[in-house]
Design a binder for this molecule. Structure first.
Ligand code: UD1
Length: 366
């Protein structure tokens, strides 16, 4: 069988890497499975893309659609045009998309219109918040997906409740965690560690990039100032996403304890997280990683598509009101943050499960 693997933006790369490993392992035992790796180009900076390919040993993409930049509509259109051209020249048996980024949605639409079967990894998660572009991407992708691979029971139930037959839904666990567990012993001290003389448990890590938090200069400034004021004099390491960087340049925020640095590589970022006192973020994926590493995580959002990180893991939804920062920090520094545990099947074997299910579907059932 031939699979198109779609990867476009930073959070896709760690989800696709273990699937490629699992395909290579299947090939080694003689299974008839091949892939073409397609990078849409949605993320294109070295530190948003190339470094992940190097560190996670992801092979060079077979195709790069070069569709980065522009508005969401422009990005979607240019990914669709690029992928359509590819499908005209060669159609695979399956298009496999991961996560919830613009590339996920754009390629699933094109594939389905070419009658190429679509599989979605990380299907069924829902925040219920239609103001988030990712929620729209999830809804559209799942409405035209043939095979659904889910990270939790809850995601499977969301799909069943939307009328999808259970024979098309496979609970496999979390491929992002496959990557985390595989590389955990290789995490690397980032340069900032020695430069700032950091030590375990004596600093915080912050990431912010959601349009709702960062696109409005005044709101971003308020949030950051509140975090600085209540973080118990600890240094805050803030690897800044390009979207946030554009706004930060205008706000002129400066503080001795706030260390704004370029986006880090995967191994360096997770070294920082694993040794931090806590993480403050508006990312979804990071809440899964902190859950597995047992690090307290404050999420600056009012909802989450990953409720297991709150119900089972170490994550708490703080909301986006700056006033919520102080009580959350007090809870952390008084030692009362919950301990958490690891969700079922987040065991490093999810990609293996996906590939063996696909082989069964395509080589035996068809
Ligand atoms: C995207 C994903 C989001 C994910 C995030 C992680 C969507 C809708 N959102 O958001 O789910 O959590 O990535 O990183 O797909 N830019 C650069 N260099 C790059 C990449 C982007 O300068 O390498 C710029 C873009 O030109 C744009 C801005 O950053 O101006 C935002 O990029 P975009 O891909 O639209 O969405 P993200 O905010 O990165």
């Amino acid at each position: 069988m031939k699979i198109d693997l779609i990867a476009g933006a930073r959070p896709n790369f760690m989800k696709i890497a273990p699937i490629i490993d699992a395909i290579h392992n299947a090939q080694k035992v003689g299974d008839n499975i091949n892939y073409r790796l397609i990078h849409t180009g949605q993320h294109y900076d070295k530190n948003m893309s190339d470094s992940f390919f190097e560190q996670l040993s992801i092979p060079e993409p077979n195709v790069n659609l070069g569709a980065g930049g522009g508005s969401h509509a422009e990005q979607t259109a240019s990914i669709m045009i690029g992928y359509e051209k590819l499908l005209i020249s060669e159609k695979p048996d399956l298009c496999l998309v991961v996560g919830d980024v613009t590339s996920t949605m754009a390629c699933s639409i094109v594939a389905q219109k070419f009658q190429v079967t679509v599989a979605h990894v990380e299907a069924g998660i829902r925040s219920g918040d239609w103001t988030m572009p990712e929620e729209i991407n999830r809804l559209v992708t799942d409405s035209i997906t043939n095979y659904f691979f889910t990270t939790t029971h809850e995601a499977s139930i969301n799909l069943k409740n939307s009328g999808i037959g259970k024979e098309r839904i496979h609970l496999v666990g979390n491929t992002m965690i496959d990557t985390l567990l595989k590389h955990r012993t290789r995490f690397q001290k980032p340069i900032v560690w020695d430069k700032l003389n950091l030590s375990k448990g004596a600093y915080m890590v912050m990431t912010l990039h959601r349009p709702g938090n960062v696109d409005e200069e005044g709101k971003l400034k308020l949030l950051i100032n509140e975090i600085i004021s209540h973080s118990n004099n600890l240094p805050i390491i803030f690897p800044v996403h390009p979207r946030t960087e554009k706004i930060l340049q205008k706000t002129g925020i400066h503080n001795n304890r706030l260390h704004m640095i370029e986006p880090l590589g995967y191994l360096e970022f997770n070294y920082l997280v694993e040794n931090a006192k806590a993480v403050i973020t508006d990312s979804g994926g990071i809440t899964e990683e902190t859950t597995v590493m047992g690090i307290p995580c404050m999420t600056l959002r009012n909802n989450t598509e990953r409720p297991e990180t709150v119900n089972v893991g170490t994550n708490e939804l703080i909301g986006t009101n700056p006033k919520a920062i102080k009580p959350a920090m007090e809870k952390l520094f008084s030692g009362n943050w919950k301990k958490g545990s690891i969700p079922e099947l987040w065991d490093g074997k999810s990609a293996e499960r996906i590939v063996s299910i696909l082989l069964k579907i395509f080589l035996i059932d068809k």
